[in-house]
Design a protein around this ligand. Structure first.
Ligand code: C5P
Length: 230
């Protein structure tokens, strides 16, 4: 089977404040999504990268994407929630992508994915019948609190992981999974796969592949991009 990538980039980035959607904010002199694109389109193991933008997107055409041209397709079919954008993108990809091909779904807002992490995902999840995702073991102590923020209990963190992206599953299985969970919108692809009764593999990553969510995260992302470990 071949590997393809899909970057859902139809979010508004409300938590960042500001007018410009998060995926287009300046990061090290480029729109943020450039960095995820460069990593995925730069891998010789990935045949093509599909970017899903909103039909109302007014920014994509402001940039010159020609360096990725032969291996980049833009789909203007973003939806209301991330899962809708991914589902619409998968449906549009079906012309080129076979049922058993792998699709790596990756956030535009994770610009610091390293080449080594990507390789590990392709190797380990690609050897699993279901597929898998990058994840990191939870490092902080976890508290459960009431509405007044008083601690009820300390939750054991053994066996708890934070899910990242890319998340990699077979095209047909992922599309079926996302159709099935239509009413309970999942926040990641793995959740939908789990709802089918499958058990995705966690591939050990590290926190440099964090999701840029708040304005200060841009500083950290720039530092990591300027000091790559690969
Ligand atoms: O908002 P959040 O950080 O969870 O978004 C994760 C990714 O999903 C981003 O790349 C964002 O652009 C994308 N997204 C989307 N369609 C939506 C909402 C988010 O493609 N309706």
């Amino acid at each position: 089977s071949d590997y393809y990538a899909l970057i859902p980039a139809a979010g508004s980035g409300a938590r960042m404040g500001g007018e410009l959607p998060k995926q287009y904010l300046d990061l090290a002199g480029k729109p943020m999504i450039y960095h995820a694109l460069r990593r995925l389109a730069g891998s010789p193991r990935i045949r093509r990268v599909y970017v899903v933008i909103s039909p109302e997107d007014a920014y994509w055409d402001d940039y010159d994407w020609r360096e990725f041209a032969p291996r980049l397709s833009v789909l203007r079919c973003g939806g209301a929630a991330r899962a809708d954008s991914v589902r619409n993108g998968l449906a549009a990809m079906a012309e080129e992508v076979a049922e058993n091909d792998w699709v790596l779904v990756h956030d535009a807002a994770r610009p610091c994915l390293s080449a080594a992490q990507l390789e590990r995902l392709l190797d380990e999840a690609g050897a699993d019948p279901v597929g898998g995702l990058l994840a990191v073991p939870v490092a902080d102590t976890l508290k459960r609190a009431d509405a007044g923020r008083h601690v009820c209990t300390t939750e054991p963190r053994e066996g708890l992981w934070q899910a990242q992206t890319p998340q990699m599953f077979r095209h047909a299985m992922l599309l079926q999974a996302l159709h099935q969970v239509r009413d309970a919108v999942p926040t990641d692809e793995a959740r939908a796969i789990e709802a089918l009764g499958h058990r995705p593999l966690l591939v050990v990553a590290d926190n440099s592949n964090f999701k840029v969510t708040y304005p200060r995260d841009l500083y950290l992302a720039r530092l990591i991009l300027e000091n790559p470990d690969d």
